[in-house]
Structures are given as structure tokens and as C-alpha cells.
Write a protein that binds this ligand. Structure first.
Ligand code: AMP
Length: 302
């Protein structure tokens, strides 16, 4: 079971207390698809401008990512600039330049319309909805969003959420979207908007999953060297969805394992700038960290 992802493919300029990069490869669809490519086939729907370096396209091809739906349009590629202070859990956006995304109207290649698993990565909720509308019979639709869209396109986002089964957003976004300070009450409110499963990303504190009556918490991997948290959320989603696509079963037990796999992949991303941490991983490395995760929170009930 492959995955179809729509999201941003970007050039990111990022500064953290540990270094900085200018116009490096980034974007929600990019991190997602590279992470998911370790588990399943991934097809991307996105747009870049004429200035998008060919070397990035070649790199994505080396990961066997299907780029039939990656359009090149006249104009400039989407750009995002952000910085982090010592609190690496909060990204401060300095600039968002939509550029070619302002006029992008995603038209799915015919072969993409049979997709069963869909991820609506962080992008304009109007575009997310247009993509869903072109898919014949999706089985699971998962989505992400961010403060930029919760603030700027709230009614459109609420329409998109009606079509979504799994939503992955961060803690601050839960509060902002629900208009509720308490996370549990906020989660309940968001679940009433459409998604049956809500996954709350909490940076270095891990993730929380609300699935019907079941709540599950996974820690983040305790790393000594965290350089750049950009893309951690999208990488998490790529590992989570990729793993589910590979086992083709969405039981609560498997969702929990997938949640840990998402956290494993995100832990690699934050160890380097841009896509550096997940460019060339090996399966034994991924498996080793998965097992270490298991030990991290395992205890016996005496
Ligand atoms: P995250 O996983 O939340 O750290 O996402 C980081 C990525 O999101 C960066 O590579 C950015 O290019 C991308 N991004 C930032 N703002 C937006 C936006 N408004 N729409 C789409 N993508 C964005």
C-alpha cells in the first residue's frame, strides 16, 4: 500500500543556537516523503519554481519517490525562514513566501487517483481539500496543519478537517484550533470536528495519541545532539504513515507501534540541518533505535 502526499517542497533558511543554513532543501512534503520512503512507495503532489535546484530532484529520485505530481511552474519556489532559540520546541517564523503556491491548482495524475492512503502535509487547507476531492476511494486520510493556516484560513481548514481521519498537530496548535487551554478537552473538541484520531506532537516531550477511548503516550528519544528541529513533525508523520502502509493494518496496537516508528524517524531528523539526518539511513540503524525506544519506557507490572 503506497502513500500519496500533498504538501510543500521548499527552500528553508533556518537558524538555531547551533548553526544556520540558507535556502536548504525543506518543505513538509519533502521531509514526509523521504521518511516514508524507508517503508513504502510515496507519490508527491506539489509545486516548485524554475529556481528549484536539479540536485534536490535527483536526491528525491534516489529515494524512489514518485515525482510525477511535482510540477515546475514559472516563478519562485516556496520559501520559509525561521529561527529557534534554546527552546527548540518552538519555531519562530521569520518569513513565509508562498510564491508558486499562490496560484497552484493541484491536478492529480490519473494514476494517483486510486490512492488509498493519503497524507495532507502542512499546506493551504484549500489545496489539501482539492486533492482529497480528486481521489476516488481513499481508505485513510491523515493531515497536518500549522498556526499560519489556523489563523489565516480557519473556515477553510474546518471544512478540510471534516474529510480527515487522523490529524497530527503540535500542542500549541491544539490549543489554538480548539480555543481551549486544557489539552484533553481541546483534543475532544478537535475530534468532534472530524478526525477520529488526534496525534499531538510535543517536541522533546514526545507524542500523545487520542484514539476513541484509548490514549497512548510515547516519549521522544533522549538525544545529546539536537541541531535543528525543522521537519521533525513531517518526518514523524512520514515514519508513522509509512510504517502503517507497510503493515496494512490500523488496529490500535499497530497505531502505537507506528507512533514509535514516527518518533524514531523524527529523532534522526533533528540531529542535522535540512534533510541531513534522514538522507541515507540504513534499516539496521532504524531498527536499532526502535528497539532502544522500546527499552526507554518499558516496565514490568509486579
Ligand atoms: P515542521 O515539521 O513542522 O518543522 O515543518 C517544517 C517545514 O514546514 C519546513 O521545511 C517549511 O518549509 C514548511 N513550512 C513552513 N511554513 C509552511 C506553510 N505555511 N505551509 C507549508 N509548509 C510550510
Amino acid at each position: 500500500m503506497g502513500i500519496l502526499v500533498v504538501g510543500s517542497v521548499a527552500l528553508d533558511s533556518v537558524k538555531t543556537p547551533f548553526g544556520e543554513v540558507e535556502e536548504a532543501l525543506g518543505g513538509s512534503a519533502t521531509y514526509f516523503s523521504v521518511a516514508a520512503s524507508y517503508f513504502t512507495e510515496v507519490s508527491v503532489v506539489a509545486v516548485v519554481g524554475e529556481d528549484f535546484p536539479d540536485k534536490h530532484v535527483s536526491f528525491l529520485r534516489t529515494k524512489k519517490i514518485d515525482l510525477t505530481g511535482l510540477k515546475k511552474s514559472p516563478g519562485k519556489t516556496f520559501r520559509w525562514a525561521g529561527h529557534y532559540s534554546y527552546d527548540l520546541n518552538t519555531a519562530n517564523t521569520l518569513r513565509t513566501e508562498l510564491n508558486v503556491f499562490e496560484t497552484f491548482n493541484p491536478e492529480l495524475p490519473v494514476e494517483y487517483r486510486d490512492a488509498e492512503l493519503v497524507f495532507l502535509a502542512n499546506i493551504d487547507p484549500v489545496l489539501q481539500k482539492r486533492v482529497v476531492e480528486q481521489i476516488k476511494a481513499p481508505k485513510v486520510i491523515a493531515a497536518d496543519t500549522m498556526n499560519f493556516w489556523i489563523e489565516g484560513k480557519r473556515p477553510e481548514l474546518i471544512e478540510t478537517l471534516k474529510l480527515v481521519n487522523i490529524l497530527t498537530i503540535n500542542e500549541a496548535e491544539v490549543r489554538q484550533l480548539a480555543g481551549e487551554a486544557n489539552l484533553v478537552k481541546g483534543a475532544r473538541k478537535i475530534i468532534s470536528m472530524g478526525p477520529k484520531i488526534l496525534i499531538v506532537k510535543r517536541g522533546e516531550y514526545g507524542v500523545l495519541m487520542f484514539n476513541g477511548g484509548s490514549t497512548f503516550a510515547a516519549p521522544a528519544y533522549p538525544l545529546e545532539d539536537v541541531f535543528d528541529p525543522t521537519g521533525a513533525g513531517d518526518t514523524f508523520a512520514g515514519g508513522f504513515m509509512g510504517y502503517l502502509a507497510s503493515i496494512r493494518d490500523f488496529s490500535d496496537e499497530n497505531l502505537r507501534k507506528a507512533l514509535v516508528m514516527g518518533s524514531v524517524m523524527a529523532s534522526f531528523t533533528v540531529e542535522d540541518f535540512s534533510l541531513g539526518g534522514i538522507r541515507s539511513l540504513s534499516y539496521p540503524e532504524i531498527e536499532r533505535r526502535f528497539r532502544e525506544f522500546k527499552k526507554l519506557s518499558h516496565f514490568e507490572d509486579l
